[in-house]
Write a protein of this length. Sequence first.
Length: 355
Amino acid sequence: MSFPPLKNDNFLRAVRGEKVDHIPVWIMRQAGRYLPEFREFREKHNFFEICQTPAYATEVTLQPIRRYPLDASIIFSDILVIPQALGMTVEMRPGVGPVLPEPLVTVEDIGRLEKYVPVNVQEKLGYVGEAITMTRKQLEGKVPLIGFTGAPWTLMCYMIEGGGSKTMSKAKKWIYKSPQETKKLLSLLTDVIVDYLVMQANAGAQLLQVFESNAEYLGPDQFDEFSLPYLKQIAYRVKEKIGCELGTVPMTVFAKGAHYALEKLGQSGYEVVGIDWTVDPVEARKRVGPNVTLQGNLDPCALYAPKETLEKMAKTMAEKFGKHRYIANLGHGIYPDVPPENVEIFINAIHSACQ
Ligand code: CP3
């Protein structure tokens, strides 16, 4: 597939450890409810209808790119499209978040999913690929496009909890009571994720980010057993499958709350390691080593601060990470009540830092 040539490649250069003109910046959930144009669109369309309609997903992906001088775009979708491809119902309820009305309750429920494997990702999730291809064209090479997926442990949490949870105690019960069956489920999810990411790369995604948002509920030992091996497999198998045709499509791992595993994440096969705001940038760099790019990690709540405070925080963060092998971002997704003008202040502060 051929696409318009890339005009701003600072993001991909930072990923490769090359020199950048300015520190690249993008924002997790940059297409979202803090934008009035998103809210307006969302009033007319159901959340998954937007995800499943390539022209809608493209439009919403482009909204923040039109408004701000961001250095990357991320395809509008959700991590929960994988449980849907495995036959589970997922609803997005306003003010509540995702709800899976028929969660996995006992380990026997894995059988419900097995009827759907192997998942033909082109058939079930091809709409994401179409949205990626359409967005790549409409971006006209302005900035690169990121594809993404949820990681196995995080997806398993939603599939068992039936939605968000403060403790993930139902999912963790599986780990303690039925570790072998838990691994069976994690492997099943890994297989779908690998094919899904390869499909996204073939459709035009220029980097693939894996969200292990629920790593914070695991301790170091559980992370080593129930998250890390699958994250590594995903990087290894995706790269192997993409092969020479596309060249390498770099990958980012964002294991939120896994500060305890930074050294291991730095050697997990991903070019970029995303970190949340609970880790000091200087310590993070020491621990992941010099050969990966770091991404993060401003507290999303810093976007509520007055202009001068926000500028100072962004500048201090950028200086601590340094201009080399660094992509600025928040330490988690942006909140819906952030004033849109503060996003611009943040981006400009990053772009003028370390010059
Ligand atoms: O970053 C982007 O702009 C791309 C779009 C994107 C969405 N979800 C859109 C979305 C991405 C990358 C995601 C990933 C995602 N989805 C994660 C991993 C990242 C993270 O936040 O940890 C998770 C855990 C989910 C599951 C999910 N989807 C939750 C928990 C929620 C509810 C939280 C909330 O903000 O309401 C969603 C809903 C969701 N996904 C929204 C958006 C824009 C808001 C829903 C709406 O418009 O009604």
